[in-house]
Design a protein around this ligand. Structure first.
Ligand SMILES: O=C[C@H](O)[C@H](O)COP(=O)(O)O
Ligand SMILES: C=C(OP(=O)(O)O)C(=O)O
Length: 461
C-alpha cells in the first residue's frame, strides 16, 4: 500500500475498526503474519490471543488520528532542523507502577528537560513519552538468571519470579490497554490543566539547580531563562503555549497482535492508535520480518533503533521500505551505538542516507549501547558514557553538516539508583539502595535534568 499522507480534512470523522478480512487485505494489515518474527512470545493457546484481539478490535483507541498527524508534522519540523525531539520514560512500564505519582513524575521530568532544551536549541521541543503503552520488552535470552522463562514486559507475563507468573497470558493485553488508556487520559488532563505552565516548570528547575551538587554549573542557564521569562511577561506575552504542552505517547511495537487490534482506518488511511509513535527495536528490525512489514502499512510516525552492526546500505534499504514516499517526519532513525563506537560507526550511515536524499530524523539513544553488569550483578550504565554518546552523536552531525534531531532516554521522575555517576556520584555500592526497574537501568530525576542541561549546552555551542 502506498502511504497516503494528508492533512486530516474532517477531525470529527470517526476512525473505524478493520472489520473484514477483505479490508485488512486491502491495506495489507495482516501480511506480517506470513513473515519471520523475532521475539515471538511463547503463547500457549493462540486461539485465546485471537479472542482477546477480538475484544480489542472494538474498543475506543488510546489516541486519535488527528493527534498522530499533529505529531508527524512536528517531527517534520525536527527533520528540517526547526525543532528538537525529546523522548523518554521507563524502560518497561508496569501495571503496578501505573500510578498518578509515577506517570506525572515522568511527565514533569520531561517538561523540565524540555524547558532547558528549548532554551539551548532556540527551537520548539517535541515531547514524546515512553508512556501509556510501553509494556513489552525484547530480551537477549529466553531464560533469566534463575533459569525461569524471562520477563517480557507486563503485556505478556509478570516480573514475579515463579514459573507460573512467567507464562504469557493473552488477557494481559486487555490490562495493558486499560492501563495505557488511563495513563493517557490523566496526562491529557494534567497537561492542559496547569501542570505544564512554563513558570511552574522553570521553578522546579530552579529547585534542581539549588539542590544539585553541580548546580553552580547550571546556574547561568537557569538565570538566563529567568530573564527571558521576565522579559516575555513584561512584554505582555501570555500565549496559551506558555501554559499547556502536548506530550505524545510512544512504545516499542513488539506485541504485533495488540497493535494490530488497535489499528483503525480513518478516511481511507490505516493508523495504529495504541500510541502516537511506535518504534522497532534493534532485535526485531530485520527487513523481511513481521515488525518492519506491519509498521510499513500504518501511517503513524515511526522509529527504528540501529546498533553498531547496521550497515549504511541496510539503513538506506530500511528507509526505502518504511518511508517509500520520503515523507519528512515519518521515519526516525535511532542510533544506539555505545559511546566508544558512535564516532566511528555513525558517520558512514549518516553520509549514505543523506547522499540518497532520504528524509529522516536522527535521534540518539545513548542508553542501550552502554549497558553493563556491575560486580553486584545489577545491570547499569555510567552517566558519563551516556553524556559522551550524545556528545559523539552531536560531533558526527556537526562534522557532516547534518542535524542532530533529538535524544531518546530511559528515565524516571523518581530518585532511583540504577545508573552510576552524575553529580550525585551514585556508586556501585549504592545501586542496591533503590534499584527498582523492571528491566534496564533508568536515569533518575537529577541525572535526567543534568543531562537536559548538558545537552542544552551542547546545542548552544
Ligand atoms: O530495553 C531493551 C531490552 O529489552 C533490554 O536491554 C534487554 O535486556 P536483556 O539483555 O537483559 O534481555
Ligand atoms: C529495547 C529497546 O531498545 P533497543 O531495541 O535499542 O535495545 C528499548 O528502547 O526499550
Amino acid at each position: 500500500m502506498t502511504q497516503q499522507w494528508h492533512l486530516l480534512r474532517n477531525p470529527g470523522l470517526v476512525p473505524v475498526p478493520v472489520s473484514t478480512s477483505d479490508e485488512a487485505e486491502k491495506y495489507g494489515l495482516d501480511a506480517w503474519r506470513d513473515f519471520p518474527r523475532d521475539q515471538m512470545p511463547p503463547w500457549e493457546d493462540y486461539s485465546e490471543v485471537e479472542r482477546v484481539c477480538g475484544v480489542l478490535d472494538g474498543v475506543p483507541p488510546i489516541v486519535a488520528p488527528y493527534e498522530v498527524e499533529q505529531l508527524r508534522r512536528h517531527l517534520a519540523d525536527v527533520c528540517e532542523g526547526k525543532a528538537f525531539l525529546l523522548q523518554g520514560g521507563d524502560c518497561a512500564e508496569t501495571f503496578i507502577d501505573n500510578t498518578e505519582q509515577h506517570v506525572l513524575a515522568t511527565a514533569r521530568t520531561l517538561l523540565q528537560m524540555a524547558v532547558v532544551l528549548t532554551y539551548g536549541a532556540s527551537v520548539p521541543v517535541v515531547k514524546l513519552g515512553r508512556v501509556a503503552g510501553q509494556y513489552s520488552k525484547p530480551r537477549s535470552s529466553m531464560k533469566d538468571a534463575l533459569g525461569l522463562p524471562v520477563y517480557r514486559g507486563d503485556m505478556f507475563n509478570s516480573l514475579e519470579a515463579t514459573e507460573d507468573a512467567r507464562v504469557c497470558d493473552p488477557q494481559r493485553m486487555i490490562r495493558a490497554y486499560a492501563n495505557a488508556a488511563a495513563a493517557m487520559n490523566m496526562l491529557r488532563a494534567y497537561l492542559s490543566g496547569g501542570m505544564a505552565d512554563l513558570r511552574a516548570v522553570h521553578d522546579w528547575n530552579k529547585d534542581f539547580v539549588r539542590s544539585s551538587p553541580a548546580g553552580e554549573r547550571y546556574d547561568a542557564i537557569g538565570r538566563e531563562i529567568d530573564r527571558a521569562l521576565a522579559f516575555m511577561s513584561a512584554c505582555g506575552v501570555h500565549d496559551e503555549a506558555l501554559h499547556t504542552a502536548s506530550l505524545y505517547a510512544s512504545h516499542e511495537m513488539l506485541a504485533i497482535e495488540y497493535d494490530r487490534a488497535l489499528t483503525r482506518v480513518y478516511d481511507g488511511v490505516p493508523y495504529c492508535l495504541s500510541g502516537h509513535y511506535l518504534w522497532i527495536g534493534e532485535r526485531t528490525r530485520r527487513l523481511d520480518g513481521a515488525h518492519v512489514d506491519f509498521l510499513s502499512r500504518v501511517a503513524n510516525p515511526i522509529g527504528c533503533k540501529i546498533g553498531p552492526s547496521a550497515s549504511p546500505e541496510w539503513v538506506l534499504e530500511l528507509c526505502e521500505k518504511l518511508n517509500p514516499d520520503n515523507i519528512p517526519g515519518r521515519l526516525t532513525i535511532v542510533p544506539r551505538m555505545g559511546h566508544a563506537k558512535v564516532r566511528d560507526v555513525l558517520p558512514p550511515i549518516v553520509e549514505k542516507v543523506t547522499a540518497a536524499g532520504a528524509k529522516v530524523v536522527w535521534q540518539s539513544d545513548p542508553m542501550h549501547g552502554n549497558t553493563f553488569e556491575a560486580a553486584s550483578g545489577h545491570k547499569t550504565r555510567r552517566f558519563d558514557h551516556v553524556v559522551d554518546e550524545v556528545l559523539g552523536f552531536f560531533e558526527v552531525h556537526r562534522q557532516l553538516g547534518t542535524y542532530p534531531g533529538g535524544i531518546h532516554v530511559e528515565l524516571t521522575g523518581e530518585a532511583v539508583t540504577e545508573c552510576l555517576g552524575g553529580a550525585q556520584e551514585i556508586s556501585e555500592e549504592a545501586l542496591a539502595s533503590r534499584y527498582e526497574t523492571a528491566c534496564d537501568p533508568r536515569l533518575n530525576t537529577q541525572q535526567s535534568l543534568e543531562l537536559g542541561f548538558l545537552v542544552a549546552e551542547m546545542l548552544r555551542h
